[in-house]
Design a protein around this ligand. Structure first.
Ligand code: GLY
Ligand code: MN
Ligand code: MN
Length: 452
């Protein structure tokens, strides 16, 4: 059924090296300062129904600092007088459990396989974590991330205050912002993984284009896309959006259960993850392989705005620069088409005019999370782009025929278009990581299966 989609598994990039993971641990320890402990908790497993769980995804911070990707682990980075020392709490070996849920590394296995100084049993967390914490004056913990750890931290603090006169003896601090700043700037290893994640997602989009037929249900395109992800050893990084016709005007459409009719556009927003690193790609194209005139006009306008936004991606530009560039092109185009009335460009760009048809932002950070961590403003100003940051560029126009709040000519009704790429800021400008995924009208019309 699948031929590899032009991808060769042997080209998969290396996972993050142990050396880099250790560097990350040391860096956060230094940022938090001497005499501190940083606690990183993992996601818990979640119940889907009765005794069936959702597929497990480790917390991005746990992946970032350790690479550990299974449940029930807590990681401690201690910065004491003898330097940085790390401890990973992991599930111990347990034959009865392993018969059902698979082999565990256990304590010795974790020590051998992961770049950590020590491993302890997660079953001992209630006795060992308070002892560890009480050795340090600052505890960096994101409260709310684990009720067990929240309780242990609070209890240890109370105990310490009972014993000491100084009621501020142990401080609790939130490491979130420091971790986000680290994760925002991607290393070469991370960029390789993201480039590969984009390669798989691009191949999946192309496969869907090739196998498109008018009258097929949205879920069959979803199956082609996600089959390609799995075929290449990855999985979706967010639920795939496959919206035909008017469904493409719903930003986070999720049903994927309608038939895509001859003459409809289909909007596919689908990305995968490789070792936790996400891609996020959207393409919109006619299911029958031929844009109608109104579809062509609007598609070219969104594409022009996307290209303008990508051109604005360079170090030193603000995070708002691509958004402004996209909005300017979109508003001028809609003015020209008579869809909005201005009369000035400034008024055309306003939320009351362009904002009625372009309701989301142009970009978000992307990395271990599809909407990745990192603030967008610094001192209330848009932050400056730097080499190593990765963001999406995803302008769109949406003319939902279902919408009671807009009046539009019938020829535009039911058209929803988004074009989304993942863009790495480089020293000299930018690299479109998802460049393998075609997006010009000529390329799309030549690929789409139903046009043959
Ligand atoms: N796939 C969700 C987004 O584009 O932000
Ligand atoms: Mn996105
Ligand atoms: Mn997307």
């Amino acid at each position: 059924m699948f031929d590899g989609h032009g991808l060769d598994l042997s080209e998969a990039p290396l996972p993050i090296s142990d050396e880099e993971l250790r560097e990350r641990q040391t860096k956060i320890a230094e940022l938090c300062g001497q005499d501190s402990i940083i606690i990183i908790v993992n996601n818990s497993e979640s119940i889907r129904s009765a005794d069936v769980e959702y597929p497990y995804r480790a917390s991005s911070d746990m992946l970032y600092f350790t690479g550990w990707d299974s449940p029930n682990a807590i990681f401690c980075i201690c910065n004491g007088s003898k330097g940085v020392h790390t401890t990973l709490f992991v599930p111990p070996r347990d034959t009865d459990r392993e018969i059902w849920t698979g082999l565990r590394l256990g304590i010795d296995g974790a020590k051998k396989k992961y770049p950590i100084d020590n491993a302890l049993s997660i079953d001992e967390i209630e006795s060992e974590l308070p002892t560890l914490i009480s050795n340090y004056s600052s505890v960096f913990h994101q409260s709310g991330s684990s009720s067990v750890v929240d309780q242990i931290v609070e209890q240890t603090l109370l105990e310490s205050r009972k014993d000491e006169e100084d009621s501020d003896l142990i401080k609790i601090c939130n490491p979130g912002e420091m971790i986000s700043e680290m994760r925002l700037r991607k290393s070469d290893y991370e960029i390789d993984l993201m480039r590969y994640s984009c390669k798989i997602a691009s191949a999946a989009h192309v496969e869907a284009m090739k196998r498109a037929r008018s009258g097929m249900p949205e879920f069959q395109l979803q199956a082609i896309i996600e089959g390609c992800f799995i075929h290449n050893g990855s999985q979706w990084s967010y639920p795939s959006i496959v919206g035909g016709g008017d469904n493409g005007t719903i930003l986070h459409y999720s049903e994927n259960d309608s038939v895509i009719n001859d003459g409809d556009l289909v909007l596919i927003d689908a990305g995968c993850e490789v070792k936790g690193y996400a891609s996020d790609i959207t393409r919109t194209w006619p299911i029958n392989g031929k844009f109608t005139e109104p579809q062509r006009l609007l598609y070219q306008l969104v594409l022009d705005s996307q290209i303008a936004a990508i051109e604005a991606c360079k170090p030193g530009a603000t995070f708002e620069a691509p958004n402004n560039a996209a909005k300017e092109v979109l508003a001028s185009g809609l003015l020209e088409l008579g869809i909005i009335s201005g009369p000035t460009l400034e008024e055309a760009i306003s939320p009351e005019q362009l904002g009625m048809f372009f309701m989301h932002r142009t970009s978000h950070w992307i990395g271990l999370d599809v909407h990745d961590v990192g603030v967008y403003t610094v001192d209330e100003e848009p932050r400056l782009l730097e080499a190593g940051m990765v963001l999406t560029i995803e302008p769109g126009l949406y003319f939902g025929a279902w919408r009671p709040d807009i009046e539009i000519d019938e020829k535009w009704a039911g058209i929803g278009i988004r074009i989304e790429d993942d863009v790495l800021i480089t020293k000299s400008g930018c690299e479109v990581l998802s460049d393998d995924c075609p997006k010009t009208i000529e390329q799309l019309e030549a690929i789409i299966g139903d046009s043959k």
